[in-house]
Ligand binder design. Sequence first.
Ligand code: FES
Length: 99
Amino acid sequence: MIKITEKNSIKNGQSKQFEINKKKIVIFNINETYYALDSLCVHQDRSLVHGKVTNNIIECPSHSWHYDIKTGKLLDYLKDIKLSTYDVKNTKNGIYIDV
Ligand code: FES
C-alpha cells in the first residue's frame, strides 16, 4: 500500500482525486468509509470527483451515468463495464491505497 495523503484530509462526504502511477484515482469518504476507484467516467473521460453519491451509487456530474461505488460497475447503458477499485485504509499515519 502507498500513502497518498494525510489522515482525515478527506472529510466525511468529501472526495479527492489523486494521480497515482499515471492513473487518476478518486477517493470518497462516505460516513468514514473510504472508497477508491478510477476517476474517469467511461462515457467521455470526465472526472467523477464531483459526482454525487446516493446509496453507494456515484452519479457522473457530466451526463449522469451511474457507478456502484463498491465495485466500480457501470449501472446503465453498457454491460460488463467496470472501473477498477482499490482497497483504502485510513490509519493514524495517513490514508493508504493498494494500487
Ligand atoms: S462523461 Fe460521465 S456520463 Fe458523460
